[in-house]
Design a protein around this ligand. Structure first.
Ligand SMILES: Cc1cc2nc3c(=O)[nH]c(=O)nc-3n(C[C@H](O)[C@H](O)[C@H](O)COP(=O)(O)O)c2cc1C
Length: 191
């Protein structure tokens, strides 16, 4: 059921050490995203997949994870992603970067869900050093990075809860290390 998969597919910021995700698995995730809706069906998105450990470590250092959690390094040292997918907009195809951003969101969530179904954990990242990443990955000219998705084998317990009366949506780390994510009540989002 899609709802169960959406509930299970949480943003993961702590991964098992020493695991690999094959390039074939990463490309298969892109091959699922290929069939997503796209504004005017332009399909401006292009993807760079990364599966080698050294480049993954470099990319992790160019990203910002879980900025609301102050007292813990995320991902913890040595527990970063073992795969990345960079979602880019091809400027020669895109007519509006806004539409590309919307396409990228749809594609990224689709990748998250497909990854979860395969037993991987992932996190969508918008907070990254764009120029450093372009250089590291030797991106061709005309590619605008929009979102980066870090992937690995999850080693994180996440608990979903409903927001308190104050409506605070800030996620936090519980004393036992569980990651708690408040979601707004259904009645608060139906207009
Ligand atoms: C567009 C977008 C950008 C995001 N950027 C980051 C990011 O840069 N770093 C990060 O740690 N998480 C990032 N996230 C993950 C969110 O923080 C996460 O979705 C939120 O905390 C709720 O947790 P959940 O995905 O488990 O429901 C991003 C999510 C989205 C949709």
């Amino acid at each position: 059921m899609i709802k169960q998969l959406v509930l299970r597919s949480r943003s993961i910021r702590e991964f098992k050490k020493g695991e690999r995700i094959s390039k074939d698995d990463l490309i298969d995730l892109v091959n699922t995203a290929r069939f997503c809706p796209s504004a005017i069906n332009l399909q401006p998105l292009k993807y760079k997949v990364v599966d080698d450990a050294a480049t993954c470590s470099r990319l992790t250092r160019m990203t910002r994870w879980g900025s609301l959690i102050k007292d813990v390094e995320l991902p913890p040292k040595g527990k970063g992603p073992c795969g990345y997918i960079l979602v880019c907009s091809d400027d020669s195809i895109a007519r509006s970067i806004e539409f590309s951003r919307i396409d990228a969101g749809i594609a990224s969530q689709t990748i998250m869900l497909a990854a979860c179904e395969k037993g991987f954990g992932a996190c969508i990242l918008a907070s990254f050093k764009e120029e450093a990443i372009k250089k590291t990955l030797a991106l061709p000219d005309g590619m605008t990075p929009l979102l980066l998705i870090g992937l690995g084998i999850p080693e994180q317990k996440t608990v979903l809860c409903e927001t308190d009366d104050d409506g605070n949506t800030a996620y936090y780390r519980r004393e036992d290390g569980a990651h708690v994510v408040p979601k707004r009540h259904l009645e608060d989002i139906i207009l």
